[in-house]
Design a binder for this molecule. Structure first.
Ligand SMILES: Cc1ncc(COP(=O)(O)O)c(C=O)c1O
Length: 393
């Protein structure tokens, strides 16, 4: 029996590891097993690999190597930024939004519940952008404030104007953290040009290994570790380092930034192709968030489908057709958990299901064609003969 084609369109959740990244990691899995804190040659060998990785990363981001603190990924880096701002830097007020990643919003809510901070949620515009005028109002307070707003939303792809938010924070003496997990490796950063206190990274979002990432900590800040132990990471994070993870992270970032424009053009082309094709197939299809290219991350397309008998089961039925995407469903069947992001932008219309399709530099046009055919089949929408020919499905 012919094996069914399986396409992966859930790259905002995680990406396949690049074989070149695996290759770079293998010597540290197989041979170089020393503990980087050991002073003998085995230890020095791996310590050098960590410091070389740190230097490579800092060069790509135009920052100081000492500003990179390796972590177990995005969640830990977000936690460290928020907690250090409260416990080490004296913030008593956090401004964030309702559509942040759980690593930020749940941490902020916990800190508020424990009475450590006052929590303010900035208003969002109709299509899910931060209302900058409201942010300015919230910043007008004598309380020492941390603003934590993500660079690109992982569900709806809206991009925050980092420079404008940085300007507002600086004008009001606030600290600024941005969860850049979805943009790191996809959008270049110049941390000499951008005045920001913390940004976060997770390697598995750009073809690196899982369980590794970093927090950029501006050199002007003095923070303490959240994980207390042997003083690793310049006393910012105790625990023996994930050496192969760190080596893989640096290699993945290098590959991502080697031809970031080329990757962007390829992936954006696929996103626009899918968007246009869906609009032709399903006239009353909508897209969640702001789909205008400059304001939207090119790797994510969040589709809002019109009512359909199969709408509530869409994600499951697409999976059966060999299409892996992600929910954010309208929850009409009770089968999938609702999305706090779609709820936060009032995009949960009864009967309409939402699916996030997300792409990477390894996604091909044939994958999109397969997904379009699967959507057509599941929703009972016929693709016209001309569409089939142009799509080649
Ligand atoms: C925006 C954002 N922040 C943080 C995270 C968490 O990163 P990690 O999986 O490395 O803990 C993710 C991943 O799902 C994310 O998309």
């Amino acid at each position: 029996m012919k094996e069914m084609k399986n396409v992966y369109l859930d790259n905002a959740a995680t990406t396949p590891i690049d074989p070149q990244v695996v290759e770079a990691m293998i010597p540290y899995l197989q041979n170089h097993f020393g503990n980087p804190s050991s002073s003998h040659s085995f230890g020095r060998k791996v310590k050098t690999a960590i410091e070389t990785s740190r230097r490579k990363i800092s060069k790509m981001l135009n920052c100081n190597p000492a500003e990179i603190c390796f972590t177990s990924g995005g969640t830990e880096a977000d936690n460290l930024a928020l907690k250090a701002s409260i416990f080490d830097l004296g913030c008593t007020h956090i401004i964030t939004s309702a559509i942040e990643h759980s690593a930020v919003i749940k941490t902020a809510e916990r800190l508020a519940d424990e009475g450590k901070i006052r929590l303010s949620l900035v208003r969002l515009t109709e299509n899910g952008h931060v209302d900058l005028a409201h942010l300015a109002e919230l910043l007008d307070t004598p309380d020492k404030t941390l603003v934590t707003l993500m660079h690109a939303n992982n569900e709806i792809a809206n991009v925050l104007p980092l420079q404008q938010v940085s300007d507002l924070c600086r004008a009001n003496g606030a600290l600024f953290h941005s969860d850049t997990v979805q943009t790191m490796g996809h959008i270049p950063f110049d941390l000499q040009a951008l005045d920001i206190d913390f940004i976060t990274c997770a390697a598995h979002k750009f073809h690196g290994p899982k369980g590794t990432g970093f927090l950029y900590v501006n050199k002007n800040l003095k923070i303490n570790s959240m994980i207390i132990g042997g003083g690793q990471e310049r006393s910012l994070r105790g625990g023996t380092e994930n050496i192969y993870g760190i080596v893989g992270l640096a290699k993945a970032l290098e590959l991502a930034y080697e031809d970031v424009e080329g990757h962007r053009n390829h992936v954006l082309g696929l996103k626009m192709y899918m968007k246009d094709s869906l609009q032709k197939m399903i006239p009353d299809v909508k897209f969640n968030g702001d789909c205008v290219n400059e304001n939207s991350l090119y790797t994510v397309l969040n589709v809002n489908f019109p009512p359909n008998p199969n709408g509530g089961m869409l994600l499951f039925l697409l999976d059966l057709e060999g299409v892996a995407a992600s929910g954010g469903s309208a929850c009409s069947s009770g089968a999938a958990k609702g999305s706090h992001v779609l709820e936060g932008i009032n995009a949960m219309e009864p009967g309409r299901a939402s699916i996030r399709f997300s792409f990477s530099r390894f996604t091909e046009k044939a994958d999109i064609d397969h997904a379009l055919a699967a959507v057509g089949k599941v929703l009972g929408v016929k693709q016209t003969e001309t569409e089939k020919v142009t799509h080649g499905s």
